[in-house]
Design a protein around this ligand. Sequence first.
Ligand code: ZN
Length: 115
Amino acid sequence: MSDFRDRCRDYGLEPVVVVFTREQLVERWGDACVFCSTGSFDQVDHRLPVAAGGPHTIENVVPVCTSCNEAKRQLYDMAAIHEFRARVVEVRGVLVSRGEFGKTSKTCDDDGIAT
Ligand SMILES: [Zn+2]
């Protein structure tokens, strides 16, 4: 898995990272792939894609298995992306008001999960 920050730079975007733990993600989504619900939590997937400016926040990340992540391009439907984009804008507003927007941490792994 390529590093989130490197991917942002490849797209010419400023990386937005709000660090979370794997436990927080499991609490929110469960310890299984959100797409097939049988695969294991192998990787994280950005619901609003990184290429579309999706931030690396717990709001925008879901646990997925390797095979679903590889197939995710086909699973995305644009209407869902647009609907979710609106939510991300809302979430960003909340983070800005808390002073958390754009916070970064050096202490996370390649998936941006706090270590
Ligand atoms: Zn899966």
